[in-house]
Design a protein around this ligand. Structure first.
Ligand SMILES: C[S@@+](CC[C@H](N)C(=O)[O-])C[C@H]1O[C@@H](n2cnc3c(N)ncnc32)[C@H](O)[C@@H]1O
Length: 217
């Protein structure tokens, strides 16, 4: 989630764009309220809208999400999938994953959902088969390693969405504290990579906390 509404955009534009977002149904509104109350870093609603559009465009048979949290994006993307599709999602924290399972059960999705409990790098290394769309939204210093693992399973036309690429404005302006230095540097280097890797066609958008969209060439 972004740090503040004008971390990326100036406030009038950001407020205007937020007003254009579609209203949330009762389940998503409940999850957003739960996240706000308990400090869970779910995707911003504008990022969720981009997820919907990209999933509907790409029509993936298999999605892998790196970083489940409480299942907000599982529901957002899962609602765009049909019964023959699968969404796999990875979360290291059991209690968080239990909350996600509860919310996802309430969503009664048509597609199959696979919850992987564990460290993302290990789970990704064990995945087999091809992946049509990936959503990277986990440990910032590991993004490059997630990408390396995912690319071995992706072919031309596959889509990779990466969240937090502007990291509360710090990637462009520099870290605000010592504790943010490694993540900020890692994301800056990751952005350089995805925008120059010849295997990818990438754009980084000032949506939410910064979102990258890459297509495998
Ligand atoms: C930003 S949240 C994901 C938000 C979610 N994608 C959404 O759209 O609502 C990142 C999640 O990654 C989990 N996480 C942190 N380190 C992890 C790791 N090494 N492996 C897997 N999950 C991890 C955190 O517990 C957290 O729930």
């Amino acid at each position: 989630m972004k740090d503040r509404i004008d971390a990326i955009l100036r406030r009038p534009q950001a407020e205007y764009l937020e007003a254009l977002l579609p209203p949330r149904d009762s389940l998503l509104a409940k999850i957003e309220a739960f996240a706000a109350e308990h400090g869970h870093p779910i995707a911003d609603p504008e990022v969720a809208q981009l997820e919907r559009i990209l999933v509907r465009l790409r029509k993936p048979k298999r999605i892998v999400e790196v970083g489940t949290n409480i299942g907000y994006s599982v529901i957002v993307m899962g609602r765009e999938l049909d019964a023959g599709s699968v969404l796999e999602t990875i979360e290291i924290d059991r209690r968080t994953l239990d909350v996600a399972r509860g919310f996802v059960a309430e969503a009664r999705l048509a597609c199959r959902i696979v919850f992987h409990e564990g460290a993302a790098l290990e789970v990704l290394s064990g995945l087999e088969g091809s992946i049509d769309l990936a959503f990277i939204d986990c440990v910032k210093t590991e993004y490059a390693d997630y990408l390396d693992r995912l690319l071995t399973r992706m072919s031309s036309g596959s889509v990779i969405i990466c969240d937090n690429l502007l990291w509360k404005g710090q990637v462009a302006e520099g870290p605000r504290s010592e504790s943010e230095t490694r993540s900020t540097a890692a994301l800056r280097s990751f952005n350089d990579r995805i925008t120059s890797d010849p295997r990818l066609l990438t754009t980084v958008l000032a949506v939410g906390d910064g979102v990258g969209i890459s297509i495998v060439r």
